[in-house]
Each structure stands twice: as C-alpha cells, then as structure tokens.
Design a binder for this molecule. Structure first.
Ligand SMILES: [Zn+2]
Length: 407
C-alpha cells in the first residue's frame, strides 16, 4: 500500500476524488489513508496542506514512516468509501510561492555571495533561510535580491522530474539531501529553467513570475551562520503595505519626507537630549527655592529641625534631590513622601545627627503595609505600594512622634 502522490506532477489541482484505503486513529482523532492524494504531507521544510475531505476539516497530513503512506488527520468521522477532497488553496499557493522563492533566493546567494543554504523554514509566521556564512554586506544582499527578482521577471519555467541515481550524480544539484519517501520513489529534481536544480519533494509554482516580489526583510548572525528572513508575493505585498503605512504616518507626524525620516529622527533625538539636560538643570535650580521655602516651615522637636512634606505622584529622583538639599545644613531631618499608585518615602538627616533613617523608614513603611525599602543611617528610601496623601501624612506623623518620644 503506497499512496499515489499526485501533487508531484500537478501542483494546481485543488479538488479531487479518492478511495479510502485505510481508517485509523491518530492522537485521538480519526484519520484516513487514501489510494491517491493531492494533499502535501509535512516534510522537507514545507508545512502540510490543509483543507476538507467530504466537508470535514483536515487538521494534519503526514507521511507514516514505516510504509510511507500519506495520513490525513480529520476533525470528525467519515464513514463512506469514496470521498471528495478540497485543498485550502490560498494556504497552498502561499507555500508554493515561498518554496519556489526560496529555491531562487538560495541559488542567488550561491551565485552572488558563494553562500550555501544549510537549512530553511517555511511557516505561517516566519520564512527563513540559514546560510553557512556569518555575514553578508548590504551591497551584496542588494545584488542577491536583484538577481532573484530578475529570475522572477523573466518568468522562467519551474519543472520537476524523476532522475536515475547515475544522472543525479552528474547534475549540478544544490541540495542533495532528499526526504525519506523520495528514496523509494526515485530522485526528484526541481529545476528553475537554466538557473537552479535541487533535490526536492515539495510543491512549486509553474512559472517564476507567480512567485511575485522576493524581498529579504531581515538578516541575523547565528554563530558562524546567518539567518535570512524573506517574503514573497502576497506576503511581500502585505509587508510593504504595512511598512508604507508606518513610514507615511511617521513622515506626516514629523512633517518631513519618507526619504528624510532618518535625519528627522536624528534631529528629534538631539533636541530631546538638549531638552532633557536643560530640564534637569532647571529642576535643580527650582529645588533650591523649594527647599528654602520648606526650611522656613521646619518644626523644632527635641533640638531637631524637622521638615515634613507630602506630594502627589512625584518623581523619586526629585524627592532625593530635595531631601539632600534640606539636610545640607546641620541639625535637620527631611521626611518626604509622594502619594500615588507607587508611593515613595525619602528620609534624610544632616551629617551631624545620629538618628537612624532606616529605622524611621521601617516604622513609616509599617503604617503603609510595605516592607520594600532601605538605605543608610543618614539616607533611606522605600514604598512602592499604593497610598493616599492622608495615609502618607499619617505615616510621617508617626515618625515625627517617635522622635519626640526619644527626646
Ligand atoms: Zn522545493
């Protein structure tokens, strides 16, 4: 029993009839072996075809290793002997475009860059070729793309034939590794007219024009190899459309031309750096005034000058700056808090005092129900839990009371 694989000689038929040769259960699902099929089973880097048999969804198609029968796994039972099958054509055509595109691209990498394909992956989300070289320059990559697309524009024929082992040895075949089932069926060579010959059991378009645009969109180094991500045909169009929308939107936002986006972003980055540093120095100057105003409201307690202040959602870096300024002169303690989703407490004391701010912080954090915080005797910081202004005020008051008690 060997399923006749009709897709070898005809990759455009999408509906066909067949006879059930065997019924089985695979991973808890009903499955059929047919006497003949156009369904491509997963293998050789190409995912399987999907579709329906008598209206029941085909969820997986694979080659059974022991007898090489093609197994169609179904979403439900089929009890009749004669079935009508339909292949999900948009999916199949997409895979044919990319599989043929991959053959063209792999040969173009050899001809232009002497880079051999050592692996490839055709998937729903990712389409990649692995090359045996760690790096290819952008200029070389452009030449590879140009050659690949020239082969598309010339609309060359793509043909498959079975050759003898002797003839196979004489051919300039790119990939010599064949899927297992081809070992019994003979050696299948796929030729892209006058450009490439490779051993392959997959499905391909009949003319290179049907591949459409071939575009490399990304290249990453993987050790001594590199991975090339590419798009063909419909997926290249979708990718172009999306990138076009994004760049047009960015150009409109930055009121510039798409070709000048990089300079515009560069200017934006420089402006941002300048603005950030100017903002920082302004903040530092403002903090001095703010600290002076707060110092006037300092409360005396047991010989300490205690400054207490609560803010809404204030940046913790600013709180630290303010605290340092407040305790610059002797005898001061700063108890600062910021209310919000991630409340902050910053406690500091002048160098001449011996109070432990870490102890004070722990006491305040207890009141907020947090244990996140720490620091040094002269400076401590913590918080991170949601807290309202009145909760923070309450926590600071308890610390201040503890100072009075210690006196
Ligand atoms: Zn192929």
């Amino acid at each position: 029993l060997t399923t006749r694989r009709l897709y070898y000689d005809d990759s455009v038929t999408r509906s066909f009839e067949a006879r059930v040769a065997e019924r089985l259960v695979h991973s808890g699902r009903p499955a059929l072996v047919l006497d003949q099929t156009y369904f491509y089973p997963t293998g050789g880097g190409q995912p399987c075809d999907l579709g329906t048999i008598n209206g029941v969804a085909v969820v997986d198609v694979f080659t059974r290793p022991d007898d090489l029968a093609v197994v169609h796994v179904l979403a439900g039972e089929i009890s009749v002997e004669q079935v009508a099958a339909e292949i999900d054509w948009p999916r199949r055509f997409d895979l044919m475009q990319h599989h043929t595109g991959q053959h063209i691209l792999s040969r173009a990498f050899i001809n232009v860059a002497e880079a051999m394909t050592v692996g490839f992956h055709l998937g729903e989300d990712s389409l990649t070729i692995d090359l045996d070289t760690p790096a290819i320059s952008l200029e070389t990559l452009d030449q590879v793309e140009n050659l690949a697309n020239q082969i598309v524009f010339e609309n060359r024929p793509v043909t498959a034939r079975i050759v003898s082992k002797e003839e196979f040895e004489t051919l300039n075949v790119r990939m010599r590794k064949l899927p297992d089932h081809l070992a019994t069926d003979g050696l299948r060579v796929v030729e892209i007219g006058g450009f490439d010959q490779t051993a392959c059991g997959g499905t391909h378009v009949a003319l290179t024009g049907a591949v459409g645009l071939i575009k490399v969109i990304k290249m990453d180094r993987h050790g001594q190899e590199s991975r090339v991500e590419f798009r063909c045909g419909q997926r290249a169009l979708l990718d172009y459309r999306q990138r076009n929308r994004v760049t047009n939107q960015l150009a409109s936002d930055l009121t510039t031309a798409v070709s000048e986006l990089d300079q515009a972003v560069g200017r934006l980055r420089d402006d941002f750096k300048l603005a950030s540093s100017s903002l920082k120095s302004t903040q530092e100057r403002l903090i001095i005034y703010e600290a002076d105003a707060l110092l006037e409201q300092a409360v005396s307690a047991n010989g300490l000058q205690v400054v207490q202040a609560v803010f809404e959602n204030r940046d913790s870096a600013e709180l630290r700056m303010l605290a340092s300024r407040l305790v610059a002169s002797p005898g001061h303690v700063a108890l600062l808090g910021a209310a919000g989703e991630k409340s902050q407490l910053v406690f500091a004391r002048s160098a001449d005092l011996s109070l432990d701010m870490v102890v004070a912080l722990r006491l305040a954090l207890q009141g907020l129900g947090s244990d996140r915080g720490g620091g040094r005797p002269e400076f401590a910081q913590g918080g991170g839990v949601p807290a309202s202004t009145s909760q923070i005020e309450q926590a600071l008051r308890s610390v201040q009371e503890s100072f009075s008690a210690q006196g």
